[in-house]
Design a protein around this ligand. Structure first.
Ligand code: NDP
Length: 478
């Protein structure tokens, strides 16, 4: 086998096959291998004419067909299958060769794998990839981690096949070891929050206006002309316009109201809890999917009184605008929280993540692509150490202008029993960070009372404890 392929792809299910096709369409010669040879044969039969594929039925031949330093992208099932393929590749690879995992790995697995692979003299790149099967073929958003050295070899190819905005690739070096898969995880978490917020806006419009899904599709479509312009708003309108062929009803009315999840939202929340970062929008979105998919609890809720009332909408246009502003304000909060989590992880794991560049590569190719990300890029470009995205000079006036609407909408939801967990938590977060003083002081008092956990004083340096079970005098404990 001659060493001619520029790059190789292992795993030729939908993602791997499409990424390999994307690579050949950009002029690369691509070695392809899949555990079951039938998938390789199918790719060759259906798409072999699209460019230079070099198929192998044996992994040793596959590795031998790669030019050096060899680069092999893995797109197999996440978890144990990925470990198995890494092992097989590493057996045949040599010092300086690069294994790129584009699967949906947990970033901690990527950190572990990178250390193990480095110990064998190879490079390991954990690359998050978003955009689904269409993105893999047409141009995804790619978030590679690993060593800067390996990016020099792999980066130009990944940049070329990624989505582009104004000629700029939606792929950039993210940071060491697990950084790429980490930001992909947060991307998915933000996606959960965005989808839940849109769903709550839909619920308000449906119950408040009594409109048909198709009429609400018109409203979402009109929001594409505003700062809410995004892929998720666009597809929301399309879903709402769809009719069921069998019943003639709007499709949204025949779909069971139980949202599934594959786990990246939960990973994001777990990580946020570990790092102590409040990502309330992502958390509420994840829990809302859990509630919707709890048939036991929902089925047992009948004895509870429903306080559902119809919303009295006096001014239709004003109500629609309030919902739009509530959505925009909550979206700013959700992204602000997501970027806080990225910064906290960067500090903890020692990654140097350029948040402006990251926002830039989410502008196309991925599910959360939105006009709004241009503003985030600008905000971090102007101040890379911005401590609170929503308080940036660009966002602060916008969110300030929208908060009164969010307050109106959340109170209307509360009074008419429309569950708005993501809207409500966004407002609570805004009010929490903006509060001059929080009741956390009382919590510190309680903790000191039952556990001598001590507290700080507003007026003096030092750590203090009150003798709660004794004479209640205060002493300094530091
Ligand atoms: P799947 O996740 O369905 O995985 C199927 C592929 O994994 C097949 O090629 C299969 O080989 C291979 N495989 C499974 N077990 C093993 C094993 N033990 N050894 C070798 N190969 C194995 O494929 P997808 O294309 O949907 O996804 C690939 C990766 O991309 C996953 O990690 C997924 O999470 C990630 N991803 C998927 C997205 C999507 O929209 N689908 C989006 C972004 C990322 P065989 O044919 O022999 O069974």
């Amino acid at each position: 086998m001659s060493e001619t392929a520029d790059i190789g792809v292992v795993g030729l299910a939908v993602m791997g096959a499409n990424l390999a096709r994307n690579l050949v369409s950009h002029g690369y010669s691509v070695a392809v291998y899949n555990r079951s040879y039938s998938r390789t044969e199918k790719l060759m039969a259906d798409h072999g004419h699209e460019g230079t594929f070099i198929p192998s039925s044996d992994i040793a031949d596959f590795v031998a067909s790669l030019s050096r330093p060899r680069v092999a992208i893995i797109l197999v099932q996440a978890g144990a299958p990925t470990d198995a393929v890494i092992d097989q590749l590493a057996e045949h690879m040599e010092e300086g060769d690069i294994i790129v995992d584009c699967g949906n790995a947990h970033f901690k697995d990527t950190i572990r794998r990178e250390a193990a692979i480095q110990a064998r003299g190879l490079h390991f790149v954990g690359a998050g990839i978003s955009g689904g099967e269409e993105g893999a073929l047409e141009g995804p958003s790619i978030m590679p981690g690993g060593t800067p050295e390996s990016y020099e070899r792999v980066g130009p190819m990944l940049e070329k096949i990624s989505a582009h905005v104004d000629g700029e690739p939606c792929c950039t070096y993210i940071g060491a070891d697990g950084a790429g898969h980490f930001v992909k995880m947060v991307h998915n978490g933000i996606e959960y929050a965005d989808m839940q917020l849109i769903a709550e806006a839909y619920d308000l419009l449906r119950k408040g206006l009594g409109d048909t899904p198709e009429q609400i599709a018109d409203i979402f479509e009109s929001w594409m002309e505003t700062e809410l312009n995004s892929y998720l708003i666009e597809i929301t309108a399309e879903v709402l316009r769809q009719y069921d062929a069998e019943t003639g009803k709007p499709l949204v009315d025949v779909i069971v109201d139980a949202a599934s999840q594959k786990g990246t939202g939960a990973w994001t929340v777990q990580t946020a809890l570990e790092l102590g970062v409040p990502v309330t929008g992502i958390g509420e979105a994840t829990f809302a999917r859990g509630l919707s998919s709890s048939p036991l609890q929902r089925g047992a809720s009948a004895p509870l009184e429903s306080h559902a009332l119809s919303i009295e909408v006096e001014d239709r246009d004003e109500f629609i605008e309030q919902v739009r502003q509530a959505l925009y304000a909550s979206k700013i909060v959700a992204y602000s929280q997501g970027f806080d989590l990225i910064q906290a992880a960067a500090d903890f794991y020692g990654w140097e993540i350029d948040k402006g560049e990251l926002a830039k590569i989410w502008r196309a190719g991925c599910i959360i692509r939105a006009i709004f990300l241009n503003d985030i890029t600008d905000a971090y470009r102007a101040n890379p150490d911005l401590p609170l995205l929503m308080a940036d000079e660009h966002f602060a006036p916008k969110i300030n202008a929208c908060i009164p609407s969010l307050r109106q909408i959340v109170s209307r939801g509360a009074l008419t029993a429309i569950p708005l967990p993501a809207f409500s938590s966004s407002l609570a977060y805004f009010d929490g960070v903006r509060a001059d003083r929080l009741p956390a002081a009382l919590i510190q008092g309680q903790r000191d009372f039952f556990g001598a956990h001590t507290y700080l004083r507003v007026d003096n340096e030092g750590v203090y404890h009150t003798e709660w079970s004794g004479d209640r005098t205060e002493s300094r404990w530091d």
